[in-house]
Design a protein. Structure first.
Length: 479
């Protein structure tokens, strides 16, 4: 696995560093209060999400780990929550130091990994997640267990194993949720209406199966009930997003931990081996679904990249020729049904061969990329731009009048003429374009984009033949 330092958070953060540090402290404090509610009388909490939450948040935003304010706020959160729940000052400080030791150990392990691996977008992410949780659990248990016999009684060995397995289970359930949670920007961009329109009840089949399996596990009980839901979880991992799988693993883990405690296990040294076995089992139970979901996430990302590469020009990022023709054919059919007009433009960079001959093909490639970025600034969201080959581009403008199409073509021609193209921050180039335009009112059902492109191409050749750096409108409609 390639190792590289975690990239720093981008400069334009939704929260300033000071606000983020305070928010981290408040989140840790709330998680501490929740964890304390699961604490048996005179012993450690059976579920403590605060450490995994803090580690996950600083992994999501690495700048927090380098901000002393974040550690101050978090330390205060740990100590204050412990004091609020009745621990003495010495106990509060020692337990808080153990919690922070676990976070630091986990951070030291994860910070050297590839960022995609850390965020569960790698093929080995689940394995490294488990290793990181082991490191975190070892860090806090090794620091905290010497104080446990003095605070809660019992043996040192028992305290070590109870603390370690508890921390391991909590991290394995909580950390994937924090690492895979969507950002605020992703939530804002999410199209709920489109999701609702594409909803299929069959999509709920894996979830319903999981609920049925876990219900059977509660009703039947016994040692085998721990794995009743594994096939359903794997099915969910094949169908749902990674964040959803993390939530399901968390819910199943908590359910099994809670149901096992109903008269069977109390998380104290009196049932030490039972509690350790259950916690390790729940930890490993989550590993399989998370591994499958992480692999699926990597697979889906690669398929999306492949799909993008097949449909877009590799150099400029605009649509490739075939995809451009497909989208234009779709638009023509839709415009014909609605009796609306369209325009097709053929655009050619003047004397582009001279750029390649004088400055090299690297300069020509850079010029093409900058040119597509320039003209994209002057287009509407509905406009379709594609590269037809070499320095020739095609543009379709749906829902547009003849005068508007001519105006846009002139604007593109003028913007290119005025723009200074640069290469390697040294070479400055001025280029012009010739544009041929054909306008069609209400394309008929049998309209073909190839015929429109041919007429626009004829207008383009007329523009180049009459001096270049100009726009020529086709005098007649194709249909």
């Amino acid at each position: 696995m390639q190792r590289a330092a975690l990239a720093p958070a981008p400069a334009s953060q939704a929260l300033s560093d000071s606000h983020a540090a305070a928010a981290l402290g408040l989140a840790v404090f709330a998680a501490c209060i929740i964890g304390t509610l699961s604490r048996p009388v005179e012993f450690l909490a059976s579920f403590w999400p605060a450490n995994a939450l803090m580690l996950g948040l600083i992994l999501r935003r690495p700048s927090l780990a380098r901000d002393p304010r974040a550690w101050v706020w978090s330390s205060c959160a740990f100590v204050c929550s412990s004091l609020l729940m009745g621990d003495g000052p010495a106990a509060a400080i020692w337990l808080s130091f153990a919690n922070l030791a676990g976070v630091i150990a986990g951070w030291q392990f994860f910070q050297g990994l590839n960022r995609n691996t850390v965020l569960l977008r790698g093929t080995l992410s689940a394995l490294f997640l488990l290793c990181g949780c082991v490191v975190q659990a070892a860090g806090e248990s090794l620091v905290g267990f010497p104080a446990t016999p003095f605070l809660f009684g019992g043996t040192s060995a028992g305290a070590l194993f109870m603390w370690f397995t508890s921390a391991l289970m909590c991290s394995m359930l909580m950390l994937p949720i924090v690492l895979s949670a969507p950002s605020l920007a992703q939530i804002r961009r999410f199209d709920w209406r489109e999701c609702a329109s594409r909803f299929d009840y069959l999509h709920l089949a894996p979830l319903i199966t999981l609920i049925a399996c876990e219900t059977a596990a509660v009703l039947i009980g016994g040692p085998g009930s721990l794995v009743f839901g594994v096939p359903a979880l794997i099915w969910c991992a094949l169908r749902y997003q990674l964040f959803s799988i993390a939530l399901l693993c968390f819910a199943v883990g908590l359910l099994k931990s809670y149901t096992a405690s109903l008269g069977l296990i109390t998380y104290t040294p009196d049932h030490m081996m039972d509690a350790i076995s259950l916690r390790v089992g729940i930890t490993l139970l989550s590993l399989g679904p998370l591994a499958v979901a992480s692999f699926q996430a990597v697979r889906n990302e690669l398929l999306n990249r492949l799909h993008y590469a097949a449909r877009h020009d590799a150099l400029t990022g605009v649509l490739g020729r075939n995809t451009f023709l497909e989208q234009c054919a779709h638009w023509l059919q839709k415009l014909g049904q609605d009796s609306r007009a369209a325009a097709v433009l053929m655009i050619d960079l003047d004397n582009f061969k001279g750029v390649n001959d004088t400055y090299g093909h690297a300069a020509g490639d850079a010029l093409l990329r900058e040119f597509t970025q320039l003209i994209s600034l002057h287009l509407r969201p509905s406009d379709v731009l594609g590269r037809m080959g070499g320095e020739e581009f095609a543009l379709m403008l749906p829902n547009i009048t003849r005068d508007e199409a001519h105006e846009i073509a002139e604007r593109l021609c003028d913007a290119t003429r005025r723009h200074i193209f640069t290469f390697n921050d040294e070479v400055q180039l001025h280029i012009t374009v010739s544009i041929g335009v054909v306008h069609q009112e209400a394309p008929p059902k049998h309209a073909m984009i190839e015929l429109l492109l041919r007429e626009a191409d004829h207008a383009l050749y007329e523009a180049k033949g009459t001096g270049r750096n100009r726009v020529v409108m086709c005098a007649h409609a194709v249909y």
